[in-house]
Design a protein around this ligand. Structure first.
Ligand SMILES: C[S@@+](CC[C@H](N)C(=O)[O-])C[C@H]1O[C@@H](n2cnc3c(N)ncnc32)[C@H](O)[C@@H]1O
Length: 321
């Protein structure tokens, strides 16, 4: 069996009976007015973090959701789009698609605004998406890409970029590891399928995203998720896994490198304004969010009246790179 087949097996089981151990979410789903999430969906919340960020969402958009699980996030996207076919939800496990279909029927009973026709369920593979080029405004995945081995991760990210329109957003929630996970755990197919051993260090994950051609990346959240502890996993040091929430935009990669926003900000304490001649003007007492590339440039000036903050990993818009 390959690790991809093991993954299908794990999620076939998880579709037939909810698996508490796979529910790794660290945050509650949004409480939105008039949105009721069926219990069956909550019990199958196999994601970590969220891919729903209000600043991304418009009623006229087409959303592609890859790895539908019990359908909880697809339902949340449909809350914003509310049109037939406006959310396309793909999964490679037929039993999972059937479960999601049943859950959407229950959701329709609990939510007067919702019609299951808003979500088109499609059997398909993240590595070869069954949707045309440039057809989605936003593409999302929660807790799936961490399972993929290196080559497949690159392929899955390139597929997401292929189906996004220019400037469309890839929205990700996935575990990352504080240090590389030892090879014997990475090779454990069931652990990998359970989102516990495939995670990459954040910088590696980001370079896969930008390597797939996404020119702008925002880190929107980062929180503790699990501990791979020494005794249980037979490793020398405990390894902290974190959930990271990322938005990556289908913008060309600038010639001087991608713009990655990690929550760094410039604070200027000088007189008047400072213009870097590259599109950034800093003024006293007005914080200016900047990308990491620009942060390094400002730090390189060595000026006493310019303070560049470390990353917060909670960037929520504003500024320019
Ligand atoms: C960890 S679960 C996450 C489910 C959902 N995103 C959530 O947040 O609850 C991973 C999902 O991806 C699906 N999946 C696994 N491998 C896939 C692949 N190669 N292509 C598409 N879906 C896949 C599984 O069937 C499962 O529904």
């Amino acid at each position: 069996m390959s690790y991809l087949e093991t993954t299908r097996e794990v999620y076939r089981e998880a579709a037939l009976a909810p698996q508490k151990a796979l529910c790794c979410t660290t945050s509650k789903p949004y409480q939105l007015p008039g949105l009721s999430i069926p219990k069956a969906m909550l019990e199958m919340n196999y994601g970590c973090g969220t891919t729903i960020h209000l600043q991304d969402l418009r009623p006229d958009m087409t959303v592609l959701y890859v790895g539908v699980g019990g359908g909880m996030e697809a339902l949340q996207f449909a809350y914003f789009t509310r049109r037939p076919g406006s959310v396309i939800a793909v999964d490679c496990v037929p039993e999972m698609l059937e479960k999601a279909r049943a859950n959407f029927e229950v959701a329709a009973g609990e939510n007067a605004w919702f019609d299951p026709s808003f979500i088109t369920l499609m059997e398909g593979d993240a590595l070869d998406l069954p949707v045309p080029d440039g057809s989605a405004d936003l593409a999302a995945q929660n807790c799936l890409f961490n399972i993929f081995e290196e080559e497949d991760l690159g392929r899955a990210l390139r597929e997401m970029r292929r189906v996004l329109r220019p400037h469309g957003a890839l929205v990700i929630s996935d575990p990352v590891a504080q240090v590389p996970i030892p090879a014997h755990l990475r090779a454990d197919e069931r652990l990998r399928a359970a989102c516990l051993s495939g995670a990459l260090p954040l910088d590696d994950y980001l370079s896969r995203i930008t390597g797939a051609g996404f020119g702008t990346v925002e880190i929107r959240g980062r929180r503790p998720y699990r501990l791979l502890d020494r005794r249980r996993y037979g490793i020398e040091e405990d390894i902290l896994l974190e959930t990271v929430e990322i938005a990556a935009f289908n913008d060309p990669v600038p010639s001087d490198g991608p713009c990655i926003f990690t929550g760094r900000t410039i604070l200027f304490t000088g007189e008047g304004a400072f213009d870097d001649g590259r599109g950034h003007v800093v003024t006293p007492d007005i914080p200016l969010p900047i990308c990491d590339k620009t942060a390094r440039w400002f730090e390189g000036l060595g000026r006493e009246d310019i303070f560049v903050t470390p990353p917060t990993y909670h960037y929520n818009g504003g500024g320019c790179c």
